[in-house]
Ligand binder design. Structure first.
Ligand code: TMP
Length: 216
C-alpha cells in the first residue's frame, strides 16, 4: 500500500447518529494538533461528485436499481479520490471524510443486498488497496437514530426506507468493524454529545500515538 504524507480519517454510521457534529469535533481536534485539515464528504467532494450526489438523493418516480446506485457511488468516489483526497494526502494534509467505501458495503451491500464480492471487485478496480487510516463508526440503535432524523425535517431518498433496511446497514457496518478492528473503531453514539466526544478523543489519541509517520 502506498504511504502518503497525510492521514485519511473517515466517519461512518447509519442515519441520525450525529455524524455532522462529530465530524466538526474531529476537525477541531486534528487542527488543534497543528495539522492542516481538509474536510469533505461522500457522495460528493468535487463539483461533479456533488452533482452525482444530487441525483442519488433526489426523490423520484423511477425506481433506482441497486447496481445503478452502487455504480454512481463509485463514479463519484473515483472522481473525489483522484481529484481531492489523494492530492491532499500527497501534500501532507489530513483528510477527514464524511463516509467512504464502508458506506457502500453497508448501504448497497447490507441495505440493498448486493453481494460483498461484487462491491469488492469495484473497490479493487477503483481504489486498489487505498483505504482510510482510521474509521470512526458511530453506532446506536436504529430506532433512536431514525427518531433523531425525523426531528431534522424533510427526508431524502435514503431516509424514507423501512426499518429492516437500516437494521441491515447497522449489521453490515458492525461486521466490517469486527473484521478490521485495527482501522475501524466503534463509538457508542447513544450517550450525551459530551460523552461521545470523549470517546472520539480517546480513539484519536491512541491513533495519533500509534501512527508512525516521520511528520507526526
Ligand atoms: P449523508 O446523508 O450521510 O451525507 O449520506 C448521503 C446518503 O448516501 C446516506 O443515506 C448514505 C448514502 N450512501 C450510500 O448509500 N452509499 C455510499 O457509498 C455513500 C458514501 C453514501
Amino acid at each position: 500500500m502506498k504511504h502518503y504524507k497525510g492521514v485519511f480519517i473517515t466517519l461512518e454510521g447509519s442515519e441520525g447518529v450525529g455524524k455532522t457534529s462529530s465530524l466538526k469535533f474531529v476537525e477541531q481536534q486534528i487542527t488543534a494538533l497543528g495539522h492542516d485539515v481538509v474536510t469533505t464528504r461522500e457522495p460528493g467532494g468535487t463539483e461533479l461528485a456533488e452533482q452525482i450526489r444530487g441525483i442519488l438523493l433526489a426523490e423520484r418516480q423511477e425506481p433506482v436499481e441497486s447496481k445503478t446506485e452502487l455504480l454512481m457511488m463509485f463514479a463519484a468516489r473515483y472522481q473525489h479520490v483522484t481529484q481531492v483526497i489523494k492530492p491532499a494526502l500527497e501534500r501532507g494534509q489530513w483528510v477527514i471524510c464524511d463516509r467512504f467505501v464502508d458506506a457502500s458495503y453497508a448501504y448497497q451491500g447490507g441495505g440493498r443486498g448486493i453481494q460483498v464480492a461484487q462491491i469488492e471487485q469495484l473497490e479493487h478496480w477503483c481504489l486498489e488497496d487505498f483505504k482510510p487510516d482510521l474509521t470512526l463508526l458511530l453506532d446506536m440503535s436504529v430506532e433512536e437514530g431514525l427518531e433523531r432524523t425525523k426531528k431534522r425535517g424533510k427526508a431524502d431518498r435514503f431516509e424514507t426506507e423501512q426499518l429492516a433496511f437500516y437494521e441491515n446497514i447497522r449489521t453490515a457496518y458492525l461486521n466490517r468493524a469486527k473484521k478490521d478492528p485495527q482501522r475501524m473503531k466503534i463509538i457508542d453514539a447513544a450517550p450525551s454529545m459530551q460523552q461521545v466526544q470523549k470517546s472520539i478523543q480517546q480513539q484519536l489519541k491512541s491513533f495519533v500515538e500509534s501512527y508512525a509517520t516521520p511528520d507526526l
